[in-house]
Ligand binder design. Structure first.
Ligand code: GLN
Length: 228
């Protein structure tokens, strides 16, 4: 019997992939290959006619430049409901930088344009003229210390801190913004992060994601075998 592959939906892989964010997906592929799983990665983009997040075990959304974000913003709303249902079901998602910004209310860019987000999670992102946040980062996560690289002008602020928790506590660098000493966010098993590098080069973090993905995979396979 052929084994059902682990299915990853890579949102706008062709448009949202700054600073090697696709490395996150490559690392997961490597970890799963070691456990003899095959991995199927599907680019969900402008020319995708239909997307049901429930067909996948993991959603990945990479970072992007402001221009690409304006293009993605015109198409993304058609996937809002399926992404929201996936998130609310507690399935794993990782969104980096520009992808992270899209999960919130909106992103006000340097030229004053407001790029609408999916408004699934209670945070928003704004540009402030004084400094772009660039450099190496180090932060403490629930799985141990992680290091990465950030390069963003958007500053992200939680609007309802009771619903979200940071992915990490900053040791070096900015993370979400210069004030909060927090990097990224967690809501159920959905994570946002400003970490390039890629983030999953941190083996402790990658293994935590692999575990969450495997659990969702097993549940999906069981569900397909015995539909409700
Ligand atoms: N364009 C966004 C910003 O500058 C995101 C950048 C990125 O994804 N690297 O904040």
């Amino acid at each position: 019997m052929t084994q059902e592959p682990i299915k990853i939906a890579y949102l706008y892989e062709d448009l949202m992939n700054t600073y090697g964010d696709s490395g996150d997906v490559k690392i997961l592929r490597y970890l799963f290959a070691k456990q003899n799983y095959t991995v199927q990665v599907t680019n969900i983009s402008l020319d995708t006619p239909h997307f049901d997040a429930n067909d996948y075990d993991f959603l990945f959304f990479g970072g992007g430049q402001d221009f690409e974000q304006t293009v993605v913003a015109t198409d993304l709303p058609r996937f809002r409901d399926t992404i929201q249902a996936f998130i609310e079901a507690g399935k794993p998602m990782l969104a980096i930088c520009g992808g992270y910004q899209f999960l919130g209310r909106d992103y006000e860019t340097s030229d004053g344009t407001t790029i609408a987000g999916l408004d699934i999670l209670p945070f928003h992102t704004v540009f402030k003229a004084d400094a772009r946040m660039i450099g190496d980062t180090k932060f403490e996560t629930e799985w141990g210390t992680a290091t990465a690289f950030e390069n963003h002008s958007g500053r992200t602020y939680f609007d309802d801190a009771t619903k979200l928790k940071p992915l990490g506590k900053m040791i070096e660098g900015y993370g979400n913004n210069p004030e909060d000493k927090a990097e990224g966010m967690r809501y159920k098993n959905t994570f946002g992060s400003y970490s390039h590098g890629p983030l999953l080069k941190n083996v402790n973090v990658a293994e935590a994601f692999a575990k969450m993905i495997l659990k969702t995979h097993q549940e999906r396979v069981a569900q397909t075998a015995n539909p409700a």
